[in-house]
Write a protein that binds this ligand. Sequence first.
Ligand SMILES: [Mg+2]
Ligand SMILES: [Zn+2]
Length: 183
Amino acid sequence: MSNKAVFLDRDGVINVDHAYVYKPQDFEFIAGVFDACAEFVKQGYRLIVVTNQSGIARGYYSEAQFAQLSEWMKAQFAAHNVHIDAVYYCPHHPKKGQGEYLQDCDCRKPEPGMLRRGIEAFDLDPSQCVMVGDKHGDMVAAKRCNIGTKILVRSGQEFSDEALQDADFVCDSLAAVPKLLTF
Ligand SMILES: [Mg+2]
Ligand SMILES: [Zn+2]
């Protein structure tokens, strides 16, 4: 199997960021996501979702509800012949977390824990990997793992100049990413 992956932030990259989405009926796929992911797979990339889910820490939804939504999301990809290799999430928040979720963890982006986990689990070569995100934290997490290509998309949150500085490319959405990569 290949040793490269596209790491995908979820909210603002795969689905429209309606804030704390945890139900399929609120999960609106961004246009072109399935075709773009099919292209990545065709080019030998694994697909790994890395998502901060402080809604769990804040008590807005449970880990079980997040897991259910992830299964549903993966099934939608599967229906388009796209296999998602892993979904890693951070349920913590350093200030707003309740109980065990209140912590300074190493997985909440910009910390690199989720990406590291994927790199180890799939024996990836970070220099051949791609990170696609809509926030500065996505770019920083990728930078900390020496991810080869960091791409910022405009389909999510408004990003800062700092985010721009840490990105290798900026494009409208995931749909435009395959064309950016030199396949
Ligand atoms: Mg996002
Ligand atoms: Zn965490």
